[in-house]
Ligand binder design. Structure first.
Ligand code: PLP
Ligand code: COI
Length: 345
């Protein structure tokens, strides 16, 4: 039995009991297997290592108030993975295979799922990679689809306090018409260096503008952007941002709460018109922004513009309400009117 301190859990690559795997070879998927051996045993020529033939998903399982175990919107993740796999030329698991593997991962790692009453969940990380040793730049004939999990607490170490962000004008996240809207591993590799610099300067998040003109807000390195203007939830319309399932859910929740929703291009200067701003995603849930700095050169001290929303640490009322509502649905504390929680039986 694991001895997890649910209260102090962060967000990390925690080793659990079982990995759930299927392999693609000769045009078909193998049977699904559950293993306590987490190693993939791959040839060093395997294309995932050289050419980043890799994509992933992130979703969470919860213990609800009445004891039910649920996964939040797993069909959405299955569909997004299928879309990303198509972009990479990798075979994609069907909906039923994706769901079965996620369910088996939760069931065989139950001791890592927090009981009801904690600010913790079981984070599922489905991973799809090209597993064929090859030099040619063509999609591989072999692939591995694996679902792993980790007990997860707040991404930044604390939920519902505000954090600072920076827009680094000398870095872009995704090329115009490139891979920005797909959940490919390579998108994240490109952000590690600016993240390191930003973290050293005390910023928690990087906010990227559209790469072509730097006129519009795209998204954070790990989450979508939203801003609150009066009674309106505003989020960028851009073909370079990941279609976030949390953002999609928050838009529906905002409507349920009587707010207006606008999904449209958001000009950089409009950041000064929001009363609240934040990031949203599975791992972070909602990250309210205390302020967002704009820097011409991230490495240098000079700050070009500051968009200030809140004193450091404080949270605005709309972010607090949205956070409370989505997490209450996930924990089964309020009615799941949209049918987002998929029960594991
Ligand atoms: N944008 C990026 C770049 C992300 O990595 C994530 C995390 O998955 C999101 C947005 C949020 O997506 P979702 O809400 O589906 O987790
Ligand atoms: C998620 O929220 O599921 C993510 O994949 C974000 C991750 C890059 C930290």
């Amino acid at each position: 039995m694991s001895q997890i301190n649910w209260q102090s859990l962060g967000f990390d690559a925690y080793r659990t009991r079982t990995l759930v795997t299927a392999r693609w070879k000769d045009g078909k998927w193998s049977d699904i297997s559950e293993s306590e051996d987490f190693a993939f045993h791959l040839d060093p020529f395997t294309c995932v290592f050289h050419y980043a033939f890799s994509c992933f998903e992130g979703l969470k399982a919860f213990t609800q108030k009445d004891g039910k175990i649920v996964i939040f919107r797993p069909f959405e993740n299955a569909h997004r993975l299928q879309r990303t796999a198509g972009f990479l030329g990798l075979p994609a698991p069907s909906d039923s295979m994706f769901i079965e593997m996620c369910e088996r991962c939760v069931k065989s790692n139950m001791e890592f799922l927090a009981p009801y009453g904690h600010d913790a969940s079981l984070y599922l990380r489905p991973l799809l990679l090209g597993a064929q040793p090859k030099m040619q730049l063509t999609p591989p004939d072999e692939a591995i689809f694996a679902v792993m999990c980790a007990p997860a607490g707040p991404y930044y170490g604390a939920n519902m306090r505000s954090f600072s962000g920076v827009i680094p004008l000398n870095y872009d996240r995704a090329a115009p018409k490139g891979s920005g809207s797909y959940k490919v591993g390579a998108n994240y590799a490109a952000t590690f260096r600016p993240y390191q610099i930003a973290h050293e300067q005390g910023y928690s998040e990087l906010l990227y503008l559209n790469s072509k003109t730097h006129e519009y807000v795209d998204e954070f390195g790990s989450s979508n952007f939203f801003g609150i203007k009066g009674n309106t939830y505003v989020t960028p319309l851009s073909d370079s941002v990941l279609p976030s399932i949390t953002n999609k859910s928050l838009q529906e929740i905002a409507v349920d709460l009587g707010m207006k929703v606008e999904k449209r291009p958001v000009r950089l200067e409009e950041l000064s018109e929001f009363e609240e701003a934040g990031g949203c995603g599975t791992a972070v849930v909602i990250t309210p922004m205390s302020h967002i700095d704009v820097k011409e050169v991230l490495e240098e001290e000079a700050v070009k513009t500051v968009y200030r929303y809140l004193p450091d640490g404080e949270v605005g009322p709309v972010c607090a309400k949205l956070y409370k509502t989505i997490t209450s649905i996930q924990k089964g504390e309020i009615e799941d009117i949209h049918g987002w929680c998929h029960e594991i039986r």
